[in-house]
Design a protein around this ligand. Structure first.
Ligand SMILES: [Zn+2]
Length: 199
């Protein structure tokens, strides 16, 4: 559907409290003072907030493919990004991306990168069941879990992962392992929200 038609049918509201306006209103946007940190086995994760309360709705909206929310959260993430960072977004499964037409985490990462003067390299791919067949032996070995890095762009680089929610951290650790196998150094991840593992 055309974007202007969508805006007419579904006027933009704050994704968390539904106040008219786009993205997240000032009240609902996470404040820089509310950053949450978690140490995973090989990664330090920094989140804009806890995955709780009204803020959950903002994360759902991002997953649902609301561009204005991806942009609002990207601007917030930018405050954590340094100009020499290389951001690598965790990819959305191909089927969800096809459904929505774009990848919310990818867009959010690009906005954060542009605001902070950093680069976003979308080098990770999801390994769908349908794509397992017909892959070369090298490609199969390069895959770790559900992800694959078919590019050598990150070889020798220090990169930072970007994702929406960190729950157990398994996805971030899988992505970090794939990037390390491709020659990158990975010690950090920026996420929108950290859920407590029991959620
Ligand atoms: Zn709001």
């Amino acid at each position: 559907m055309h974007h202007r038609l969508i805006d007419f049918l579904f006027p933009k509201q704050c994704a968390a409290c539904r106040t008219p306006g786009s993205g997240l209103c000032e009240r609902c946007a996470p404040s820089a003072a509310a950053l949450v940190e978690r140490r995973l086995p090989t990664l330090d994760v920094v989140a804009l907030g806890e995955y709780s309360g009204a803020y959950r709705s903002a994360v759902y909206a991002l997953k649902d493919g609301r561009r204005d929310v991806a942009e609002a959260l990207g601007s917030r993430l930018a405050s954590m990004v340094r100009a020499d960072d290389i951001l690598v977004p965790v990819p959305t499964t191909a089927s969800r991306k096809r459904m929505r037409g774009f990848d919310g985490v990818d867009l959010m990462s690009c906005v954060a990168g542009i605001d902070a003067g950093a680069v976003t390299l979308a080098v990770l791919k999801c390994v769908g069941k349908e794509t397992q067949r017909g892959r070369s032996r090298v490609e199969r070995l390069a895959a770790h879990g559900r992800f694959l890095c078919p590019s050598d762009l990150v070889d020798g680089c220090t990169v930072t992962l970007v994702d929406d929610v960190c729950t157990t951290g398994a996805t971030l650790e899988d992505c970090a392992a794939v990037l390390r196998a491709a020659g990158a150094r990975v010690t950090k991840a920026f996420v929108v929200a950290i859920a407590n593992g029991k959620a």
